[in-house]
Design a protein around this ligand. Structure first.
Ligand SMILES: Nc1ncnc2c1ncn2[C@@H]1O[C@H](COP(=O)(O)OP(=O)(O)OP(=O)(O)O)[C@@H](O)[C@H]1O
Ligand SMILES: [Mg+2]
Length: 346
């Protein structure tokens, strides 16, 4: 094909040589060899120059653009890399535009793929978690219907077990609704001045029996006067403390201690929930906030856990403009901390 850099350079260089040769005819008394030597030199020099310029400034860029289109057409966006450009020519700009466009599309496709994967995983996890209490309750009810109902002792025992599984199912569905609303961004926080010590003592009352059964001591430590007002959604913050304190009780051995410490730090309140329980192995630490994630599936399951508690905690704390940090050592215990905004009446 003639229309490449060499072909164009050939045509242009020949034209320049002809024009210069013709111009030489206008100059009188030139030696004869000048009429062929000068056009030949001009032809050679022009050919090389034009070829180099066209090749590097024009055809190479066009080939890059073409290659980029080929990759986009084949959906092979992952191999497109940003091109380093040394000039601001229109071709460079077009190439940059195409790259930015392809890059945006690539991110969108990746995000959609990720979301589809999440959805599939979420559905699989939800069905798995729902299946267990439903099957258990179903089993007890059917055994009763098949005749066990006539035995008074078994009747009560099985009904209680079925009820316990259904209660667990109810709690699971509530947690699932909270997580899915939070992930969809559907929940608006109702920030109000909240007495954090009151919230904590309320939860101590609520969980006292569970802690006492394991001989676990619940303690609030603070240097501050009894009332500490923070700006928070009191119901949701209540949920954060319930989840963290019940984890601390659940994942502690007998006679442990759960300590909540509150410390004022400028305009913030530092909150720490610390236990001296079983701890979390380091390789699990960055995953425990994922929904349905449990360190020891069998142990957590035996305790009725579904792995939603900490993901709810994470969402709520983030909606309060902070993040949950966790420090843990196996056998020494774990400590979860975050910040809350102190309430200041102007
Ligand atoms: N204080 C803790 N000490 C040791 N391990 C913990 C502690 N808190 C959480 N974990 C580990 O992190 C996992 C995730 O905790 P999370 O609260 O999300 O789920 P769960 O307690 O299993 O179930 P759920 O809270 O939904 O009833 C737990 O299964 C447990 O293995
Ligand atoms: Mg939990």
């Amino acid at each position: 094909m003639l229309l490449n850099s060499k072909g164009l350079a050939l045509i242009l260089a020949a034209s320049i040589a002809v024009i210069i040769g013709a111009s030489l005819l206008l100059i009188p008394e030139l030696p004869a060899f000048v009429f062929w030597l000068v056009p030949v030199i001009c032809f050679g020099a022009s050919y090389i120059l034009i070829n180099v310029v066209l090749e590097f400034l024009f055809f190479k860029e066009l080939r890059n653009i073409y290659e980029m289109f080929e990759k986009i057409r084949k959906n092979d966006l992952s191999t497109i890399k940003p091109k380093r450009t040394y000039g601001h020519s229109s071709l460079n700009q077009i190439q940059q535009e195409i790259y930015s466009y392809a890059h945006v599309k690539q991110s969108e496709i990746e995000e959609l793929k990720q979301m589809a994967k999440f959805r599939r995983q979420f559905l699989a996890d939800v069905s798995h978690e729902l299946k267990t209490p439903i099957f258990a309750a179903q089993g007890f009810v059917h055994t009763l219907l098949d005749g066990a109902i006539d035995d008074m002792a078994i009747r009560m025992k099985f009904l209680k077990k079925a009820a316990k599984n259904l209660d667990g199912l109810d709690a699971l569905v509530q947690d699932l609704l909270t997580v899915s609303h939070m992930e969809a961004g559907d929940i608006t926080m109702q920030f109000e001045p909240t007495d954090i010590c009151e919230v904590i003592y309320e939860i101590f009352d609520q969980l006292e029996e569970r802690a006492a059964k394991k001989g676990i001591d619940l303690k609030l430590e603070t240097q501050e006067p009894s009332k500490i007002l923070v700006l928070a959604d009191s119901q949701r913050i209540h949920q954060v403390f319930v989840n963290l304190i019940s984890n601390a009780i659940k994942y502690s051995d007998e006679n442990g201690q759960v300590v909540i410490s509150l410390a004022i730090n400028k305009l913030k309140l530092d909150v720490t929930v610390k236990d001296n329980g079983i701890g979390i192995p380091p390789e699990h630490l960055n995953r425990i906030f994922e929904r349905f994630y449990r360190v020891d599936k069998s142990r957590s399951k035996a305790q009725g856990g579904t792995g939603l508690g900490l993901s709810i905690v994470k969402h709520i704390v983030e909606a309060h403009g902070s993040e949950v940090k966790v420090v843990s050592n196996v056998t020494e215990g774990s400590s979860f901390s975050f910040e809350l905004d102190l309430f200041h009446s102007e």
